[in-house]
Structures are given as C-alpha cells and as structure tokens.
Ligand binder design. Structure first.
Ligand code: FES
Length: 146
C-alpha cells in the first residue's frame, strides 16, 4: 500500500509546525525502535485547545500524522482530544500502510502528554491514560498488521 494523497499532502505541506513559546502544556515522545521524536505544545483556554504546534524529526508518516493531529485537535475540548486514536488519525488521512500505523502513535501520545502536562501544572488529575511511547519497553511494531 502506498501513501494516500492526503498523507503526501500533509507531508509536503505540514500544518501547525513549530513551538508555542508560552505553552500551557508540552508533550515530548520518542519511538524507541526507529529513534523518531516529536514535541507538541498547546495553548488551552477553558479546557479547550486554542492553539497547537508540533515539531517532528521522523519519517514521512510521522510528519503527516503529527500535522493531521494538530488539525483535528485544534478547538477540541481536552477531554475529547486525548481520545483521538491512531485509527482515527489513519482514517482522517485516508489510510496508512500497515507498517506505518505505529508512526501515528507518536502524534496521539504527544498530544496526550501535552494535555496531562497542562493539567499537572494546574494541580489537576491526569486524564490521558496509558501513553505507550513513554514506556522504554514498548514495541511500536507489536500491533502492526502484516
Ligand atoms: Fe519512526 Fe515512522 S518510522 S515514526
């Protein structure tokens, strides 16, 4: 399976690239197998994501999934943003090759960590749940479909 047109479009023209200097929440994750890393910064207003930026050093799929996640999450309530799954990301992009499904975990996990960082800074309980790529024993290929 090749990349969809939408993946190629987001890879070639990624949205919301950069860092918010006075961010309310920061999430940084890495894929221990391929070494790709990404950082998400968010501005939150009334528990809604007002602004979001990403920096990803990684493969084309990681960049495209990061880009689409920022588009999906902008304007969303934080409670909904942490529920964005890798399958939501893949379907929004018109599909991802099975061997690249794991790349979308970077973006969804980065967003989860950014939301929890925001909550922590305000003395509130985390809501993101499990963040796989923060676990050094995590194998990002274990649930790839072959
Ligand atoms: Fe590293 Fe895609 S190969 S995230």
């Amino acid at each position: 399976m090749l990349y969809s047109d939408k993946v190629m479009e987001h890879f070639g023209n990624p949205r919301n690239v950069g860092v918010i200097e006075d961010a309310d929440g920061v999430g940084e994750v890495g894929n221990p197998v391929c070494g790709d890393v990404m950082k998400i910064t968010i501005k939150v207003n009334d528990d809604r994501i007002d602004d979001i930026r990403f920096q990803t050093l990684g493969c084309g799929a990681a960049i495209a999934t990061s880009s689409i996640v920022t588009e999906m999450a902008k304007g969303m309530a934080i409670q909904d943003a942490v529920k964005i799954s890798k399958n939501d990301v893949a379907s929004e992009l018109g599909g991802l090759p099975p061997a690249k499904m794991h790349c979308s975990i970077l973006a969804t996990d980065g967003l989860k960590l950014a939301v929890d960082d925001y909550l922590k800074k305000h003395g509130r309980e985390p809501i993101a749940g499990e963040v796989k790529s923060a676990d050094p024993t995590f194998d990002p290929h274990e649930d790839d479909e072959h």
